[in-house]
Design a protein around this ligand. Structure first.
Ligand SMILES: Nc1ncnc2c1ncn2[C@@H]1O[C@H](COP(=O)(O)OP(=O)(O)OP(=O)(O)O)[C@@H](O)[C@H]1O
Ligand SMILES: [Mg+2]
Length: 759
């Protein structure tokens, strides 16, 4: 009704964002989550793979180290065992008595040394190349060489000692033989001397040092010299080499001891070296195992750190994503709440995003647009309902007022027309009739608003109508320029031309009143594009006046609403235009802003080109407008309103007719059945089930020659129904002037008489 028409809804186009939801490749939250989880899974898998690789390599290194350590240990233990055996074998060499045994022992020692050399030469590279090892291979080789050197020196001494031992044994046997054979006996003195000398000889074998042997030798030599030449002295000479042999034996034994001590020292050195080698190997193994376990710990720590970092990264990513989603969703919820509270500017975040949040925001905007559209439609509906309700109320009041005015008018008319009325009374009656006429005009405007005014629509060229009106108005405005902006294509519409002019006049006067000082009024016509209801013609009155507030726009069509000072405006101008436009099948809208001017547009259906002038159907009433013969007739009045009925009776009788009156359709039918009437003069709205039309039909069934004259306050409604009964003449609109009633009654009486005469 007011404001410009809302734009068409977006329809499916507005939901296109949702269809795009299924498109792959867009940066949707789902895709981002999948990507984040994928990344996380990849990182976890990579970390797991790395851990697996690291552990396998560590395991390999461990077993390699283990094997190397074991082999090192085995080698070193072999060395240690061999050197220990060497140390044990050396003394056995010294103890060997026979030359064969000594040589065997020596050979064994040599073999042991060779074995040691081979073992040392075969020591693993880890030990050989390790500078930290306390004993290196060359040192072992040197030791072995030293041992062999000692053996080289030892062996001749051992052989010498064996030879001396053998010699000693031979002399000893000779001595024992001499002693047993008594060769040393003879004289007592010599025997004693020989005995002492031999005793000295036998002590040689137990003498430990060369000095002790020397001392024995000195004693022996004295005895031998004392016995010189005596029998038995020869044996002394025979055993004398024993002393020298014994000294050589002790000396050889001493040298052997020295060599053995050297062998033992070398063997001990060997053992100590090998022990420290074993210790070093063990330490090496321990160090390597410590390094490996440190590496393992580092690996574990790296794994742990990687796991924690991945978790933190995943947590941070998830938090950022969740925060982002939550912020946008709560932004949308807040916008929705604000929208629900009536804030039309509420707008959600993320409108430009190409993901679900963006979809949500766009859906919100769509929802907002539709809600605004619905709100506007609901406002328009409320306004239409309000106007409808006011229209019905106004119509009802106007109808009753009409009856009152009709009764007043008829009675005052009778008083004015009476023969005995004085001039003063006639003047008063005339003033009363003037007031009735003003009241009548107001009632007509109210009826117009209620869409109940009788209209005489015709096909009119809208541009001609507007041009004629402008010519009429033109000189009437001083500082205001009235211009026309006509669309030559506008064409024709079917309206009551008089009412249309009146409506445009109302709009122009309103525009003039809204312009203070200078201004411009434009009346424009336009032909719309082909729409749902065909093409429409728009007539728009535009001004540069003060405009209207929203509240005034909302109420402008209400009857009696006026912002003009008391007495200047009735507030019925726009309501009349509104009722007329709607009754003519058109629409009216206001587009106005305070301080900017107003445009009021009337849209009317365009009349088909083929339609001829508007006289068509109205022309059907032409035969009724025959010159009246002014015959007195018998009139049956049907009217439920007492005052109107009485007044009608008086007026009709004063016109020279015979009149009877009833209050309802049923009573009327009974009268028609009983008497013959020329005219049935009935109101359309009657109490009971019958209205004026159905009464007319029933009465004509009883008496086909009966003329019917219908009158009504709701001329337009009744007119529509009458049109379906073309045997009825045009309605007489209430309140009717006496002259009109007289003319119509004369026609009706004449027609009834003519019909009866023809039968
Ligand atoms: N062109 C306009 N510019 C500004 N306000 C307008 C215009 N037309 C109507 N109005 C407003 O609408 C109100 C109602 O108009 P309407 O024609 O129904 O009554 P009125 O002009 O006040 O009285 P009347 O028409 O009986 O002289 C006006 O009082 C005015 O406030
Ligand atoms: Mg007005």
């Amino acid at each position: 009704m007011s404001g410009s028409l809302p734009p068409p809804p977006q329809g499916a186009a507005g939901w296109r964002p949702f269809m795009r939801l299924r498109q792959w490749g867009r940066r949707s939250i789902q895709a981002r989550l999948v990507l984040a989880l994928g990344l996380l899974a990849f990182v976890s898998l990579a970390a797991g793979g790395l851990a697996w690789l690291g552990l396998s390599r560590t395991e390999q290194a461990l077993s390699r180290d283990h094997a190397a350590g074991l082999s090192d240990l085995r080698q070193v233990l072999g060395l240690a065992e061999r050197s220990a055996r060497l140390a044990a074998e050396a003394p056995a060499l010294a103890r060997s008595t026979g030359e064969g045994a000594a040589v065997r022992e020596a050979e064994e020692l040599r073999a042991g040394i060779a074995e040691l050399r081979a073992l040392a030469a075969n020591l693993p590279e880890s030990i050989r190349a390790n500078a930290a090892m306390p004993t290196d291979v060359p040192a072992i080789q040197r030791l072995a060489e030293r041992l062999e050197g000692i053996l080289d020196h030892l062996m001749p001494v051992v052989a010498e000692q064996v030879a001396i031992g053998r010699e000693l044994s031979r002399h000893r046997e000779a001595l024992v033989g001499a002693l047993q054979s008594g060769e040393v006996t003879g004289g007592a003195a010599s025997a004693q001397g020989a005995q002492r000398a031999l005793a000295l000889v036998s002590r040689v074998f137990t003498a430990e040092t060369p000095a002790a042997v020397e001392a024995l030798w000195a004693g022996f030599r004295e005895e031998r010299e004392r016995l010189g030449g005596m029998p038995g002295a020869a044996i002394l000479d025979e055993v004398a080499p024993l002393f020298d042999l014994r000294i050589r034996q002790i000396s050889a034994g001493n040298r052997i001891q020295v060599f053995l001590a050297a062998v033992e020292r070398a063997a001990a050195e060997f053992s100590a070296g090998i022990r420290s080698l074993a210790d070093a190997v063990e330490r090496n193994a321990i160090r390597r195992s410590q390094a490996t376990s440190a590496e393992l710990t580092d690996g574990k720590l790296a794994l742990l750190a990687g796991g924690i970092l991945s978790l933190l990264a995943a947590g941070a990513l998830a938090t950022v994503l969740m925060r982002n989603v939550a912020r946008n969703v709560s932004g949308a919820a807040q916008a929705l709440t604000r929208l629900a509270a009536g804030d039309g500017d509420a707008s959600p975040p993320g409108l430009g995003r190409d993901d679900e949040i963006g979809d949500l925001a766009r859906a919100f905007q769509l929802f907002k647009a539709q809600a605004a559209e619905r709100e506007e439609l609901a406002g328009q509906l409320r306004q239409a309902q309000k106007m409808e309700a006011i229209g019905q109320l106004t119509g009802g009041i106007a109808h009753d007022f009409n009856n009152l005015l009709a009764a007043i008018s008829s009675n005052v008319q009778l008083v004015a027309d009476a023969a005995d009325t004085t001039p003063q009374q006639r003047a008063r009656a005339t003033r009363a009739l003037d007031a009735v006429e003003r009241g009548n005009r107001m009632v007509q405007r109210l009826l117009a608003f209620a869409r109940r005014q009788p209209l005489a629509p015709q096909i009119v060229d809208i541009n001609h109508l507007v041009t004629d009106l402008a010519e009429l108005l033109g000189p009437g405005f001083r500082d205001i320029v009235l211009t026309l902006d006509l669309d030559p294509e506008a064409g024709r519409v079917r309206v009551d031309p008089g009412q249309m002019e009146q409506a445009l006049l109302n709009l122009v006067i309103n525009a003039r009143d809204a312009i203070q000082g200078e201004g411009r009024i434009v009346i424009e016509t336009r032909l719309s594009a082909e729409g749902m209801q065909g093409r429409t013609v728009r007539v728009c009155v535009r001004d540069t006046g003060k405009g209207m507030s929203e509240d005034v726009v909302r109420r402008a069509f209400e009857p009696f609403f006026s912002t003009k000072p008391f007495g200047s405006g009735s507030g019925l101008g726009l309501s009349t235009v509104y009722g007329f436009v709607r009754q003519s099948g058109g629409e009216i809208a206001i587009d106005s802003r305070e301080g900017e001017g107003t445009a009021i547009a009337i849209d009317l259906p365009r009349a088909p080109i083929t339609a001829a002038g508007g006289a068509g159907r109205d022309g059907a009433s032409a035969p009724l407008r025959e010159p009246s013969r002014n015959e007195a007739g018998r009139i049956l009045i049907v009217e439920d309103d007492d005052a109107v009925r009485e007044a009608a009776m008086d007026v009709i009788r004063s016109l020279g007719h015979e009149a009877q009156a009833v209050m309802s359709g049923e009573a009327a039918l009974r009268r028609v059945g009983e008497h013959r009437f020329d005219v049935l003069f009935t109101d359309i709205v009657l109490p009971g089930g019958m209205n004026g039309f159905s009464l007319a039909e029933a009465a004509r069934a009883l008496d086909p020659a009966l003329s019917v004259l219908c009158c009504s306050g709701f001329a337009h409604e009744a007119e529509a129904q009458r049109a379906r009964r073309d045997w009825l003449g045009p309605l007489l609109a209430k309140p009717y002037a006496t002259a009109d009633l007289a003319a119509r009654l004369d026609q009706a009486v004449a027609r009834s008489r003519a019909v009866r005469a023809a039968r």
